[in-house]
Design a protein around this ligand. Sequence first.
Ligand code: ADP
Length: 159
Amino acid sequence: MRKAVFPGSFDPLTNGHLDIIERASELFDEVVVAVGINTNKRGLFTPAERLALVQTAVAGLPNVTVGQVEGLTVDYMEAIGAKYLVRGLRNGKDFEYERDIAEVNSVLAGVETVLLLAKPENQNVSSSMVKEIAKFGSDKLERFVPAVVVPALHAHYQD
Ligand code: ADP
């Protein structure tokens, strides 16, 4: 069985992330979206909130589950028996970064990294850009994030 992990911060989940999840779910028997808990980086959403938003957004994908990762992704992968690591690429900067990490993960644990290219319409979509526009009360958030994330963003910036 081909099991893959798609790790990230997902603070919050965007349409770019969801597209990668959907495409990975067609390539692999099972995909685990791994929401990272980074103790050095305080996100807008708590890890529990980020996980719940991803869970709702992937509810229609039967071979996708969601987990939480604290520590090294490769250790998590070994624990759940996943051999493939999926990441998305938007541009050359993403590529440079991902190539270095993929090399390290290959040496550390023999993990195979599969890089999927962002769709043109998602190439400029990032969680930080979404937070920036949500701060100013945009009514165009649906263009960038799944429907479930829109009210969650508004709620954060209401007061
Ligand atoms: P991290 O902090 O681990 O980079 P992110 O949540 O920012 O976590 O991203 C998780 C993964 O999703 C990364 O591989 C990133 O390149 C990819 N990604 C982010 N935004 C997009 C997008 N718009 N289209 C495709 N892939 C994306």
